[in-house]
Design a protein. Structure first.
Length: 202
């Protein structure tokens, strides 16, 4: 079985991709074993200093390849709001850091809602980029979920900006959908399915 590291410590993301691999049929699930950073003893806080999703994902994957010599993939995601010049983008997790809040979803949503207070055009999209380094080659996968920014929080499920993001063709926010319904249309779900479809072809 080929071991591939997913450069994340987010258990939920590892479980999600392992489940998708197994859904593809036993031969794919049996071909690849997905390891987390803690599985390989990597406790470092891997730098993410790029101004693009793809740059950050590559930085994380290269770190694992260089320091641990495993084939590896990494993801980077964020919210892009058209009226704000595609901000917060790669800064999504720490959007309100300049107001003294570190990785604080509530503060991030407050800041975004106040920036959007007088804005009518509320188009936005979530984007995920996955970079895979496999057998000396690099492959990139991208998932986009278009939608709009609500004028106030709706629902309490999910994480991050879920309560204020309404996906295209829906009335409810990501936070009001079940996880399965969200994964079926989400940026991350789309990017992960592309990666899995690619692994199936190997
Ligand atoms: P990550 O690269 O997947 O860790 O995402 C970076 C940041 O983007 C998160 O901390 C959230 O603020 C935001 N984000 C990414 N995906 C989602 C999502 O599905 N829902 C809400 N917020 C998200």
């Amino acid at each position: 079985m080929k071991k591939i590291v997913f450069a994340t410590n987010n258990r939920h993301k590892i479980e999600e991709i392992s489940a998708l691999l197994n859904e593809c049929g036993s031969e794919v699930g049996e071909k690849f074993e997905i390891l987390s950073l803690s599985d390989i003893g990597c406790t470092a806080d891997i730098p993410e200093t790029s101004e693009t999703f793809s740059g950050n994902a590559l930085q994380k994957a290269e770190y694992v390849k260089t320091h641990f010599d495993y084939d590896c993939f990494a993801d980077d995601s964020g919210l892009e709001v058209r009226a704000l010049g595609m901000a917060p983008g790669v800064h999504s997790a720490r959007y309100a850091a300049d107001e003294g809040f570190d990785h604080d979803s509530e503060a991030n949503m407050d800041k975004l809602l106040s920036r959007m207070a007088k804005i009518q055009h509320r188009e936005a999209q979530f984007r995920t980029v996955i970079v895979l380094l496999l057998d000396g080659q690099m492959f990139e996968f991208e998932g986009i979920c278009k939608g709009t920014i609500a004028t106030e929080r709706m629902g309490s499920g999910g994480f991050g900006y879920d309560p204020i993001f309404v996906p295209e063709g829906h009335e409810e926010s990501f936070a009001q959908m079940g996880m399965e319904a969200k994964n079926a249309i989400s940026h991350r779900g789309k990017a992960v399915r592309q990666l899995v479809d690619f692994l199936k072809t190997l």
